[in-house]
Each structure stands twice: as structure tokens, then as C-alpha cells.
Design a protein around this ligand. Sequence first.
Ligand code: SF4
Length: 341
Amino acid sequence: MADTPMHEAGYYDKQDLQKVKCLLCPHFCLIDEGASGKCRGRINIKGTLYSEVYGLATSVSIDPMEKKPLYHFFPGRDILSVGTAGCNFICSFCQNHQISQSAPSDIPGLRHTSPELIVNNAEKSPSCAGVAYTYNEPTIWYEYMYDIAIRAAEHNLKNVVVSNGYINSRPLDKLLEVVDAFNIDLKSFSNRFYRDVSGGTLAPVKRTMKAIRKKGLHLEITHLVVPGLNDDEGEFSVMADWIAGELGEDTALHISRCFPAWRLSDPPTPLPVIERFCQLAGERLNYVYTGNMPPGSTGSDTECPGCGAMIIKRSGYRVDLPGLDQSGRCRFCSETVAVVA
Ligand code: SF4
């Protein structure tokens, strides 16, 4: 049994017969008394909606920033990474399904951790740039994430959100006030994929990314290529066009291989597919990277969009910045490089 004080959720409406309607994400779950929403993280008790995961971390760990992945945000630094259980999506290939498809009560030994303790831990590590909300979908513990983020910002720590982007505008707008950087998992550019594979819709994810950009915050995108589900070149090209046109050609795109997990038993994404997608994206975007590749593969270094010189060299999680000057420009041609450091 999880050890947690009950914490009332934000963003919901009371309905008749002690039902509540959750307004946090585009599912708008209508939740009966005693039941939880689709994400398993919010429960209706006598007409009041509570977070079931406030303070209940399944993982607290110091990771390289590059592992989020963020390649253009404080490269080479670490970040304290926290996650809980639950998700508002049900992607059949989920690489973290043990936590994303669980309720907190499914995971033994969870204990409440205060936001202050998380911030203290981040502050204690000199290499840590801040706190990342990651591993599962952080929208699920929105209230806890926000409470940490406010305190982290007060301590001059950065806040990083790694998310599927499936969140409503009102809670997102509040979050945008305290978060510095996002990595959004753009799963496909097909609404059918979102509906049939993830159990969501595409439009809110696009809206979230546009809102992040409009606010001037740092944004990178991850696209996991799942064989047979989202590996159509034409659809991918339309997605890359949209990213370049709506979010800007400096938006870093991470194109990752998918490995069999949860309900997916197909072999990993073939390497030529990743290489072809990188080529297509590189015709539209300045910074395109590969992910989940075999050791020794190319595709993780940052090159200057002006002169092509090596700006940031990555080897595993080792990062060197041979071509970046202190003002964030290319050391060789003075081109501005889209890196926050
Ligand atoms: S956050 Fe959870 S409970 Fe709320 S609408 Fe989304 S899935 Fe439903």
C-alpha cells in the first residue's frame, strides 16, 4: 500500500451524482465515485478528485541531460530525473510499460517524497542543471511536478519536461510559466495512429508544441519509428515539413529505433529506415539525431548549420564542445547555434 497523504487534484468539475470530470488532459474522463481516470493517477472520492500519485516517485536518479534526450540544452550537464506510475496513453510498444501501465498501488514500497527533498537533492549535485519530469508521462502527477518546479525555479534550477504533449491548454499555460525545456514525443503524424495505437489524438500534441514555441521555451522532439506502424516515408516527410514550418528549422529532432516491448514483438527498427528518415528530416531541419543505435553509430554529433564544422561531439553520454564559443556561436564561422548553455 502506498504511503501518501491525499492531495486534491486541480482541473476538474463536479458533476451530478458525485461524478467528476477531469479537465487535465484531452480525455476529459468522467469519473464515477470511487473510480480512477484512464491514467490511473486520479481518483474520485465522494465527489472530490484526488491525485493518487502526488509525491510517489517510482524513480529518482541523476541522469545525463543527453539521456532525456536533450542535446541542445546544457549539453554535458546532468539532471535529477523523477517519475511516477501511470500514463494517459496506452502505446502498444511502450518501452516503459512496467510503470506507465501501472497504478501506484501496483508498485510496492512507494513512499512519499516532498518537493523540497527533490529540490535539495538536485541542488546537492554540482553537475545537476535542474529537475527533469520523465520516465512516465509527467502530466499524470501534474500537481507534484508543478510544486517541485516552482521551488526548483526559486533555487535557480532548470525544469525539464519529457512528455507526450497530451495536456489541455489551461494546465499547460500554467506549466509554461515555470518550465525551461521540453522534449515532446511526437509519435506519428497520423491521427489514426494516435487513436488506434496510443489511445489519444494528434491535434492536442501539435497544439502543445506550438504553445511551447510561442512562449519561446526550449523544445526538442523525439520520434520513435515503429516498424509497420509509423514508418511511412510520405507521412514522415509531412511531419518534418510541419516541424520546420510551424516550430522552426532549428528544432532538434531525435529519430529513434524501437525495440520489442510490452505488446510489440516485432524486430527492432531496421537501421536503413532510421538512416533514410534522418536524410529526409535533414533536408528540412538543421539538427537531426539518431537514438537507440548500436555503439559506434553516427548521428549523435552536432554540426554547425553554417559551415558544417563539428560543434558538439558525443560518444555515448560523453560530451565535448570543440566548436562552441562562450556566446553560443560556432567557433569557426560565428554562426549562431541553437544551444542553451
Ligand atoms: S489526466 Fe487522467 S483522469 Fe484526467 S482526463 Fe487525463 S486520463 Fe483522465
